[in-house]
Ligand binder design. Structure first.
Ligand code: CO
Length: 210
């Protein structure tokens, strides 16, 4: 079963060891990634490959439509471990144009559980409906919603108590918002990076945490 994948795996491990004999033994002892990636589960958006990072260099969390919902225990556990234990320097929230999750959130069709998961996107849509309604072309409108969703998730991460506490104790953590293009493989920085509570206030009007 799945012999092609097992063969691929053996070849991959062999290739790495031939270039760096100690690679896996080193990683076995510890991981010290500088980055946490929060991205979409979409098979076309492979986190490490896009930014050219090896195993051990990036902590990765992926879900449908790259959400960081403040009540989601999975995301919160990943964020806390990444910030408190691994002490990552950068959190990358990476959306992508043409995201099926974003489209499904607002097409009005009933799908079941996923409708609940995608609910925060409908909130973003509602909040920005003036701007979105003014975009006549549907594809462009959805792509803008992809960007607005990333910005909202950056705000969620930056507002989270783990990040706020890290800032309060002087630990450097930046939260970035990027969008990836399936069509050309390139990421665009949305320039909504937050490094301190004041950045959140400037970008989103959220008052700094007490
Ligand atoms: Co997607």
């Amino acid at each position: 079963m799945l012999n092609d994948l097992k063969d691929n795996n053996r070849n991959w491990a062999k290739r790495i060891v031939s270039a760096d004999a100690d690679f896996f033994r080193r990683l076995e002892r510890q991981q010290a990634p500088q980055y946490l990636w929060i991205g979409c589960s979409d098979s076309r958006v492979p986190a490490n490959q896009i930014v050219g990072l090896d195993p051990g260099e990036m902590f990765v969390h992926r879900n449908v439509a790259n959400l960081a919902p403040p009540q989601d225990a999975n995301y919160l556990s990943v964020l806390q471990f990444a910030v408190d234990v691994l002490k990552v320097r950068h959190v990358l929230v990476v959306g992508h144009y043409g995201c099926g999750g974003i489209a499904a959130a607002v097409d009005g069709k009933r799908r079941g559980l996923i409708d609940h998961w995608l609910h925060p996107i409908r909130e973003v849509c509602h909040e920005h409906h003036h701007e979105l309604d003014a975009i006549p072309e549907e594809r462009e409108r959805l792509n803008r919603l992809c960007e607005l969703n990333v910005m909202r998730q950056v705000r969620n991460v930056g507002s989270d108590v783990f990040v706020q506490d890290a800032w309060a104790r002087g630990q450097p953590v930046s939260v970035h918002g990027w969008v990836y293009s399936l069509g050309n493989g390139l990421v665009t920085d949305l320039n909504v990076t937050v490094r301190r509570p004041e950045d959140l206030e400037r970008l989103y009007g959220t008052p700094p945490h007490p």
